[in-house]
Every structure is written in structure tokens, then in C-alpha cells.
Ligand binder design. Structure first.
Ligand SMILES: *Cc1c(COP(=O)(O)O)cnc(C)c1O
Length: 386
């Protein structure tokens, strides 16, 4: 039947769009609607029994390819991608809690995670308490009858305290508690939460995994005990991640081992160089022997990434800091980390419990891909300005 032009335009080229070729990287689908091949398939989807993908929110090729790669890397039952790291954290916490529950979170947790617990979980009748950042076996003292989640971040991404994960997992065993870990600092390569008995491993993919400071994405991977509940919750909310970003994240993941090794070595060189300087009171890096939980890091981690911090001698005042920060040439001042460009942040932190760096300004360095000698020289010239 001869069609009119408007109809021709809607349907032209569809055959060619279905060509199937094998490329190294996954295709990026732009789709809400996914067409069914038959009415029988549609009826199955109506009943929630269709085995294929029935709608764009269920995750298209690039998302599925990225999630599958992460699943394998994490040794998980399965993994789901979210539109950001904080989104992965918030949704995981919501999936495993309900009104009347109690959640334990480490005190050095990423700030927005704390905000989410205090401002959102609380609205739904879930109470959060913060346990000391160097907790281990003593977590037992904090656990209540209604504790449903223990959330750890080790090392914390600003003050780098390390929790004794095996001891915490051990204390939670046999109870109706889900353990979750924000493993962004170590990436799946340098620490394996699930292998250490943690139930849900969470990453801000925006950092090392994507590695180029150009996307926001997160993941949560769960073991067989917890996957179904996470899947059900995220499926009901129809959460999904942008296809372009999943594609970029997967591309980043391919080179993660090489990049991370470079970040690690350069960061250690710079950390050791800073230790030599008189104006630096302490370099806070888990792989340095001087780090208070160095032994835990050595026992549990396979390596260290390129993010660490330092504090200056107490004789320097707040007003001395700006000349240092403002004179840096190679370090950008900005949040986030894990990309090729070196970054620095400065600030003080508040905790619920007393902590090591109370009232001290923490300078946090993200060592990028520049030459490490150049980076150390830049920090030295900056510090000479104070
Ligand atoms: C950045 C970060 C997050 C949040 O990730 P986004 O993708 O930026 O939302 C969570 N945890 C840690 C430790 C982070 O550094």
C-alpha cells in the first residue's frame, strides 16, 4: 500500500537500524520504548513475566554491559548502576530500611551521605547514629535490637581513618543486619568488600572508575543474600542510569588497573616528599607506615589510590592558607577526584565523636596523571608562600 509522506518519514530506515554487527564497545541506545516482536511477548510483559527488556528503564545495552563488568569485578550476585554515587548510597540505604529501624554509619562518612541520613531517612522514621571512624570489634557496643544497616567507608575520603571491616562484619553476623560499604577510595581492584563479608558494595563511578572527571554515576553490587531486595526496590522505583554515562564508565573501567597503578605510585612519591617538609605536621596516607591504621590497610587492601591528605604545623593560621592554595599552578581547586587532573581541597571537618583532626584544616590532594616530580615541585613552591 502506497503511504503518504508523513507516514514514510516515521518508518523509513528502521530496517537498517536493526542491523546487527559486533563492535568492541556496546551500542548506545536512545530509547524509552522498546518494541515487542509479538502480541504474545507484550502479554507476557503485561504480566511481568517477559524475559527480555520491556522498557528503557530496565537498562539498555550500555548499562547492562557496564553492570555486568562491575558484577564480575565485585564478585557479586549482581550490580546496578545509578545516576550518581550519592544516588547509589541513598537508594541502597532506603532499600534495606523502614520506619522504626536504626542505622549505624561510620563518622568519617562522605558528607552528603550524612546529610541524606539526617535529613531524609529521618523523615521516614529511620534513626541514624555515627560510630567512631576507627571502629572494629567495638561496633558491638553500638548495635541495637532494631539496627538493620551498618554502613562503612574505609578509608574515609577526607580524613582517611580505616575501619576493621572483618571485625565489623563478624559482629553483625547472625543478626538481621545488612552491611554496606562505600568502597570508592580503593575501587574494586584494591579492596573487595564482598570477599570480606560485606553485603553491599557501593561506588561513586564518577571517581577512578570513569576516571576523566566528565560523568556522574554510581553502582551498588550485592551478594546473593541481599541482591533480590535491592533489585526489587530499584525495579519498583524504575531507577536507571544514562546510557552515554554507562558507556563512558565502561570505557574507563577497561584501563583502571593501569591508571590506578600510576596514581598509586605518583601519590606515594608526593606523600613521601611532603613528609620531608618542615611546615607539614602530618601526611595522612594509609600506605605510609606513619598512618595510625597502616597495619589494617596492609592486612586488608591490595594497594592505595591517589587520594590522600596532609595537615600543616599548628603554628600556621587560617589566613596563611590562601597564599599557598592560590599560588598552585598544577592543582585545580575543586571537589571530586579520581580523574587525570590533579586537584586539591582544603577545609575542616565536623564529627559526631571526637577525632584526630579536630579543628585542623585538612588539605586533600588528588594526584592526577601529571609528572609526579612536577606536582611535588608545585606543592613545594606553594607551601613556600606561607
Ligand atoms: C564522590 C563520592 C561519593 C558520591 O559520588 P557522586 O558520584 O559524586 O554522587 C560517594 N562517596 C565518596 C567516598 C565520594 O568521594
Amino acid at each position: 500500500m502506497k503511504k503518504n509522506i508523513a507516514t514514510e518519514l516515521i518508518n523509513a530506515g528502521r530496517e537498517q537500524a536493526r542491523i546487527s554487527v559486533e563492535t568492541i564497545n556496546p551500542p548506545i541506545h536512545r530509547a524509552s520504548t522498546v518494541l515487542f516482536g509479538s502480541y504474545a511477548d507484550m502479554l507476557q510483559a503485561n504480566r511481568g513475566e517477559f524475559k527480555g527488556i520491556a522498557y528503557g528503564t530496565e537498562g539498555l545495552a550500555a548499562q547492562r554491559a557496564f553492570e555486568e563488568t562491575m558484577r564480575e569485578l565485585e564478585g557479586a550476585e549482581d550490580c546496578i548502576a545509578f545516576q550518581s554515587g550519592i544516588n547509589a548510597i541513598a537508594m541502597s540505604l532506603m532499600a534495606f530500611t523502614e520506619a522504626g529501624d536504626h542505622v549505624l554509619v561510620c563518622d568519617n562518612v562522605y558528607g552528603p551521605t550524612r546529610n541524606f541520613c539526617n535529613r531524609v531517612l529521618s523523615k521516614y522514621g529511620v534513626e541514624t547514629e555515627y560510630f567512631p571512624s576507627t571502629c572494629g570489634t567495638d561496633i558491638g557496643k553500638w548495635i541495637k535490637d532494631n539496627t538493620k544497616v551498618v554502613f562503612v567507608e574505609s578509608p574515609g575520603s577526607n580524613t582517611f581513618e580505616i575501619q576493621d571491616i572483618p571485625a565489623i562484619v563478624n559482629a553483625c553476623e547472625g543478626r538481621d543486619i545488612v552491611t554496606m560499604m562505600d568502597n570508592t577510595w580503593a575501587t574494586p581492584l584494591y579492596f573487595s568488600p564482598l570477599e570480606h563479608g560485606v553485603d553491599v558494595s557501593i561506588h561513586s563511578v564518577s571517581k577512578y572508575i570513569s576516571g576523566h572527571s566528565d560523568i556522574l554515576l554510581g553502582t551498588a553490587a550485592a551478594n546473593s543474600r541481599c541482591w533480590e531486595r535491592l533489585r526489587e526496590f530499584c525495579g519498583t522505583l524504575e531507577l536507571f542510569a544514562p546510557q552515554e554515562d554507562c558507556y563512558q564508565a565502561l570505557r574507563g573501567l577497561r584501563t583502571l588497573p593501569v591508571r590506578l597503578r600510576q596514581h598509586e605510585q605518583a601519590a606515594l612519591q608526593i606523600a613521601r616528599g611532603l613528609q620531608e617538609l618542615e611546615c607539614v605536621a602530618e601526611v595522612i596516607h594509609p600506605a605510609l607506615e606513619t598512618h595510625p591504621e597502616h597495619a589494617l590497610w596492609k592486612r586488608d587492601f591490595n594497594g592505595s589510590s591517589g587520594l590522600f591528605a596532609f595537615v600543616l604545623d599548628e603554628k600556621y593560621e587560617e589566613s596563611d592558607h590562601a597564599p599557598f592554595m592560590d599560588s598552585l599552578e598544577l592543582f585545580g581547586m575543586g571537589y571530586s577526584w579520581g580523574g587525570f587532573k590533579s586537584l586539591i581541597t582544603g577545609g575542616r571537618f565536623k564529627r559526631s565523636n571526637s577525632f584526630r583532626y579536630e579543628g585542623r584544616t585538612i588539605f586533600r590532594v588528588n594526584v592526577g596523571m601529571e609528572d609526579s616530580a612536577d606536582l611535588l615541585d608545585d606543592l613545594k613552591q606553594g607551601l613556600s608562600k606561607i
